[in-house]
Ligand binder design. Structure first.
Ligand SMILES: *[C@@H]1O[C@H](CO)[C@@H](O)[C@H](O)[C@H]1NC(C)=O
Ligand SMILES: *[C@@H]1O[C@H](CO)[C@@H](O)[C@H](O)[C@H]1NC(C)=O
Length: 562
């Protein structure tokens, strides 16, 4: 009975008069409510003080480089190593080359199931395409590039896989139409995680569908990371064609390799993307065709980042380069190793029957019932990776013509490096700060649906590189564009500035990306988060950006209505 009264008091949000000291109870409730966040803040402060203490002790005992190695193993950053975190070292010391960690994911594969042979081919990175090669890699220590220089061929030129392992490429039950896309490996980056740490050597244990991707990429190099440190991250599939029994599935994977190992500092090798396609039966018992490759149709297709010294981000060097070839191809469709003849005898298909010749398999022609082009499938995967592209970003000059015609405000992003191409990031210091902001901006705010809807409805969007606008500004042939560019550059601050601009070029509102992220990007353990969460479950960056856009509309109102 007493418990009932207490519960209903809590539900009503007002103390009942049944108690003897209603005012006192109210006071206690208020104090309790206030104490909860205070206690959490206190705890967070206490934790970070302990961590700081442990970090200092670590530095004293191990020195900077020792602490760095220690941190690279300490995946939960508590400055203690658990047996799980110590595992890579144990394996190294015990001389185990391949961790036995795939067992748990690997279902017992039917020995009668079909198998296929995969071949890996690569041509090493063309060192002369790296910008650092221009000055003869001056100032680049030899050990930094050792992993890159020594990586000339795939570690496993040929491997046998079970057809069933490729079931990871099959679509989920609710995505069975041609043109459907889905996440094979979902991206896990968001405003709270930011990005994954640079100081790691061993990939985390692959789970679920990551296992086959990890195995395939391991043919090139022993240390593939199926999940990249920065966005875009993950793998997406798209049904390009379907028949009653088969799918043709295109895929796009963002993964990277760690080329260095202890004692050298990490060197990250990040191809622009891995793409390709697989033709397989709907039950994954048969793989007709498999091809995976790094596109090489651009002059630069690999990002490289390496660390100097024992700190997470302060001494990071960046370069880009050209990788002529990196691909996997199935030698032929999957076939059963053992078959039964009419009398029920088991025959090894590689050796053949009584005649002694290997068995020849004949494959039926696949007649697609419905299909889209490879280009269309690629476009759909791109939209899945970059939802911000659902809003059209026009070229600079077009955006202002359109805004003039539609009497709209221009939402203009001016940045040092590129917004949508991993391989063309800025190659200058200070890099990590910049790269982080450009990416974080794209993968959070510009993709959230309320922002997309508002941009779509009330703005014309464009983005440009500082270099492009500087060229426009200096161009005497085009005074209108030159003036627009000059007005933009006046308001620009490194690294990324978001601006709301009248069709005639006057900037009515602007915000710098670093300032914006500092305002909004709180980690979950930060004390303030509790309050912003209690104010509603909205991502703080989304509401801040919406407010920024609305303030711009408000300021522009009088002009746009004329
Ligand atoms: C943008 O607006 C158009 C027309 O109003 C609509 O068809 C489209 O779905 C919208 N896109 C987004 C991302 O809201
Ligand atoms: C653009 O138009 C607004 C209002 O019509 C005006 O105040 C502003 O000075 C103009 N800017 C330029 C650069 O002409």
């Amino acid at each position: 009975m007493a418990a009932d009264t207490r519960r209903s008091a809590a539900e009503d949000g007002a103390p009942r008069g049944s108690g003897r000291w209603p005012l006192l109870r109210l006071l206690i409730r208020v104090l309790l409510l206030a104490a909860a966040p205070l206690a959490a803040v206190g705890l967070a402060w206490y934790r970070s003080a302990c961590l700081e203490e442990r970090r200092e002790a670590g530095l004293r005992i191990l020195g900077a480089e020792g602490l760095f190695l220690f941190s690279s193993l300490d995946t939960d950053h508590d400055l203690f190593l658990s047996p799980e975190e110590f595992k890579p070292i144990a394996e190294k010391l015990a001389g185990l080359t391949r961790p036995a960690e795939f067992d748990e994911e690997q279902e017992v594969l039917d020995p009668n199931g079909e198998t296929l042979t995969m071949e890996a081919r690569m041509q090493p990175l063309r060192m002369d395409t790296m910008t650092k090669s221009r000055d003869g890699f001056l100032g680049v220590t030899h050990s930094s590039l050792s992993g890159l220089r020594s990586w000339k061929v795939p570690v496993a030129p040929s491997s046998v896989f079970h057809a069933r392992q490729f079931r990871a490429f099959l679509p989920p039950k609710d995505k069975l139409d041609v043109g459907d896309t889905w996440w094979i490996v979902p991206s896990e980056l968001n405003i709270f995680t930011g990005y994954l740490p640079n100081n790691r050597y061993q990939p985390p244990t692959p789970r679920g569908k990551e296992v086959i991707l990890h195995s395939l990429l391991s043919m090139f190099h022993p240390r593939p990371f199926v999940k990249t440190r920065f966005a875009p991250q993950g793998a997406v599939g798209c049904i390009r064609a379907a028949s009653d029994y088969y799918f043709d599935i295109t895929f796009r994977i963002h993964a990277e390799f760690q080329l260095n190992d202890v004692p050298d500092f990490p060197f990250w090798f990040t191809p622009g993307q891995f793409t390709g396609h697989i033709v397989l039966s709907r039950d994954a018992s048969h793989v007709r065709n498999f091809h995976l490759y790094v596109p090489n149709d651009r002059s630069l297709n690999v990002d490289m980042e390496w660390l100097y010294g024992a700190s997470e981000s302060s001494n990071m060097e960046v370069d880009i380069g050209y990788l002529p070839q990196m691909e996997l191809q199935a030698t032929r469709p999957s076939v059963p190793t053992f078959i039964h003849d009419e009398e029920g005898n088991v025959i090894d298909s590689r050796v053949g029957g009584a005649g002694g010749d290997p068995i020849q398999f004949v494959f039926e022609e696949i007649a697609w019932k419905s299909e889209i082009s490879h280009e269309e499938a690629a476009r759909r995967m791109e939209l899945t990776f970059y939802p911000f592209k659902k809003v059209e970003y026009l070229p600079f000059s077009e955006a202002f013509d359109r805004a003039q015609a539609e009497k709209k405000l221009v939402h203009s992003i001016l940045l040092w490096g590129a917004l949508d191409d991993q391989a063309v990031r800025c190659v200058k210091q200070p890099l990590s700060r910049h790269a982080g902001s450009g990416r974080t901006l794209r993968e959070t705010v510009l993709e959230s649906s309320p922002v997309l809807a508002l941009l779509n409805q009330s703005f014309i969007s464009t983005w440009s590189l500082v270099k492009e606008l500087e060229d426009l500004k200096a161009d005497p042939q085009n005074p209108t564009l030159s003036r627009l560019a000059a007005l933009h550059l006046d308001k620009y601050n490194f690294p990324v500035e978001m601006m709301l601009v009248l069709p005639n070029g006057t900037v009515v509102h602007h915000i710098n990306a670093n300032y914006f992220l500092d305002q909004t990007a709180m980690k979950p353990e930060d004390e303030g988060t509790m309050f912003s969460f209690s104010a509603g479950f909205e991502d703080p960056s989304t509401s801040t950006y919406i407010r920024f856009l609305q303030e711009g509309l408000e300021k522009a109102k009088q002009y746009l209505e004329q």
